[in-house]
Design a protein around this ligand. Sequence first.
Ligand code: ZN
Length: 249
Amino acid sequence: MGLNDALRDLYLVDQQVRGLESRLDGARRHVRAQEIKIEQLTQQQGELTNQLKHTQAQSANLENEIAGSDQRIGQLREQMNTVKTNKEYSAMLVEVNTLKADKAKLEEQALELMSQVEVFQSEVEHLDNALAEQNRIKDLADKDLAERTGEVGERLSELKAERADKATHVPSDSLEIFDRMAETFDGEAMAPVVEEDRRRMEYICGGCYMSLPVEMVNRLISHDEMVRCTSCNRILYIEQELKEAMGAK
Ligand SMILES: [Zn+2]
């Protein structure tokens, strides 16, 4: 088999391998995107839960302080019933009033914290729901990937074996160029010669659409050697139909 036929065979199988792989890649990317969303939601949930706990602890401290004030006010009131002098009584009254004023402030703060706790609780709940939904979407994505892998997996390994076999028919220096071009052009290592105008002998590269000198096209027909587009470097091939039409001319 000639070099150009071997390259063409390799290219055709390589295209099929890439086509199947891209179907799996799409499904893999979809799974990964869902995983990232879950990671983000889990992180948010962790941060919010910490804030909630912190606020709940602050709230509990305040409740303790308020209870302490109540206790002290109760004690003072009892003592006020038994004091002997007006001076002692007034001093205790001042303390009770101060404690009451402080307690009112603490209660205000406690109310504020409680409403914060409620906000955090509803946000955590909201995130729980979002996470459950996101896990459901990821399960579907996993299922889709498994299904696609099941569908194309076997065919893909067959095609890969075929590609490896076709590659053995291409000399290593040409294979190296083929692989490099496939890498550069996302699988499009080769491009067909396209006839623009036969009478004027105008030909272009089917990869980059730049014109090709007719000598180059003739060389591709008459010599079995690798010919590459002078503009994009893709390996050129010529369809049998065009080859025959040019030969018949
Ligand atoms: Zn080109």
